[in-house]
Design a protein around this ligand. Structure first.
Ligand code: CA
Length: 242
């Protein structure tokens, strides 16, 4: 497991590296956005810890470029931000980050978040192969991690999803019609030791809706169940195989 740490404050990046290496992770550290993109291309890290305010390219831009680049491996991205620093944009819809942490944070919390994200990718690599889910409008291939949306009769498009959005959609598609509480989704997607904000679920749902709903303000597929959580509504055409 390789972690790329992108942080221009040497003190902080040294501390992060120290703690992650103590936990047995390999780290590559850099202090600006351009170097981060170069490392991403050559090293294919499993996870990137990305500071928001960076020289040259800021964290949001780096994040957007990584998500747009058709890479062999889409890394998990954990965004670091100072309190009050564009937090709305980070937890809003504009980035492809999987999680965020507000400075100052405790090294223990950072390590817990990193572990939670990486454990998810470990779980996926242990998924039995050749599983797929299909509903009337969506097909998802768990092995290739690809998703298709049938937008009209005979017209399908490939969905460009972040790892978390993909997991969210495949979780929904595994049980169409089932109601999921935020807490249940967190346990399923982040693991039981997640201690962030439940709002993070809403953020990812909103992003996923933007990508799959004809009108994301009036969702057809991902319905909000007031006071409970969410339900995916699309008719299942095949059961899970594999
Ligand atoms: Ca900074």
């Amino acid at each position: 497991m390789l972690i790329l740490v992108v942080e221009d404050e040497a003190e902080i990046s040294r501390l992060i590296q120290l703690y992650l290496e103590k936990e047995g992770f390999s780290c590559q550290v850099c202090d600006n956005g351009e170097a981060a993109l170069a490392y991403q291309q050559t090293l294919h890290p499993d996870l990137i810890i990305l500071d928001l305010m960076l020289p040259k390219l800021d964290g949001l831009e780096v994040c957007a470029r990584i998500r747009q680049s058709p890479g062999v491996k889409d890394p998990y991205i954990l965004m670091l931000t100072a309190r009050g620093e564009e937090i709305d944009r980070i937890i809003g819809l504009s980035t492809g980050a999987d999680d965020y942490l507000i400075k100052p944070f405790s090294p223990r919390e950072l390590v817990a978040r990193v572990r939670a994200l990486l454990r998810r990718s470990l779980r996926h690599s242990q998924d039995p192969p050749s599983q797929s889910y299909q509903t009337s409008h969506f097909t998802i291939d768990l092995e290739r991690r690809t998703a298709q949306h049938q937008i009209a009769d005979g017209i399908t498009e490939w969905l460009d999803l972040t790892p978390l959005e993909f997991d969210l959609l495949s979780t929904f598609m595994s049980h169409p019609g089932r109601v999921w509480s935020r807490q249940h989704l967190i346990e399923k997607l982040w693991g039981e030791d997640f201690f962030g904000d439940e709002r993070v679920v809403d953020t990812h749902i909103a992003r996923l809706r933007k990508k799959i709903e004809p009108d994301s303000s009036q969702p057809t597929y991902i319905k909000t169940i007031t006071g409970v959580g969410y339900r995916f509504e699309d008719e299942a055409t095949t059961k899970a195989r594999g």
